[in-house]
Design a protein around this ligand. Structure first.
Ligand code: 2AL
Length: 239
């Protein structure tokens, strides 16, 4: 099977990290193709970035012709719209990580990038897990593109994870950015609890759904969008 992992930001170095994480867990019969969005912000760390990342994500999904799709940004941008477009299942990394974390303990804490991204993470937790399961969302105050450049990242994530576990009384850590996809083993070893990277979790969820022959229901809400003219810069998205 072919799984397309879409990096919704336009930074190819981050796509390479995402690809490694997805390939490390994919089964022998699974081809992982990681793609960098062709338009939009270099990193996604505001509602504005997130909104403007969606056309690039939908372009990639429309062109993808894969068996299933991962949206590899922790805000799960464009997830519902991608479900309307794609034939195969589509899973977001926050969605996958939070569902997986809920299977591993009574409660989890999210460790994310900038403080301003915490609201979106809380909104997604309210959608994906029962009240009280997400116990806290903590920001390490490292911008997304610094995750690759700052040598102190692992140290800071470990320190914040320890604080989060103690303060929230949680059992599991969820990494709140695709740019942290290289960290779960080291952080888990050092803090002593399961640490979930959403890129790996979403890749295996999509692989499982495809293996089960399951995909998004097209009965109602997620039916293909109604064709209509789009104007201006979005004219190509009309039908
Ligand atoms: C992210 C992410 O996963 N990719 C990106 O560009 N921004 N999430 C985040 N919380 O900063």
């Amino acid at each position: 099977m072919r799984i397309m992992v879409v990096n919704p930001n336009t930074t190819a170095e981050m796509t390479a990290k995402i690809e490694l994480s997805a390939r490390a867990v994919a089964g022998p019969g699974t081809r992982v193709e990681a793609v960098t969005s062709s338009m939009g912000p270099a990193s996604i760390e505001s509602h504005y970035d997130e909104a403007l990342s969606v056309p690039g994500i939908l372009t990639a999904v429309r062109a993808g012709a894969a068996d299933g799709y991962v949206i590899a940004c922790f805000g799960d941008p464009g997830l519902d719209a991608a479900r309307e477009l794609a034939d195969g299942p589509v899973v977001g990394i926050a969605e996958a990580a939070m569902h997986a974390a809920a299977l591993l303990g009574r409660g989890f804490s999210v460790v994310t990038t900038l403080d301003r991204t915490r609201g979106r993470a809380w909104d997604l937790a309210a959608r994906y897990v029962a009240p009280g399961v997400c116990r806290g969302v903590h920001a390490c105050d490292i911008p997304v593109l610094e995750l690759d450049r700052d040598p102190s990242v692992a140290e800071r994530v470990v320190a914040l994870a320890r604080t989060a576990l103690a303060r929230d009384g949680s059992d599991v850590i969820v990494l709140g950015c695709a740019g942290m996809a290289d960290l779960p083993s080291e952080v888990s070893k050092r803090v002593g609890v399961p640490v979930v990277d959403g890129v790996a979790a979403a890749t295996l969820l999509v692989q499982s759904l495809v293996t089960l022959g399951l995909s998004t229901s097209k009965r109602g809400e997620f039916a293909p969008p109604i064709p209509k003219p789009y104007t201006g810069a979005l004219a190509a998205f009309g039908g």
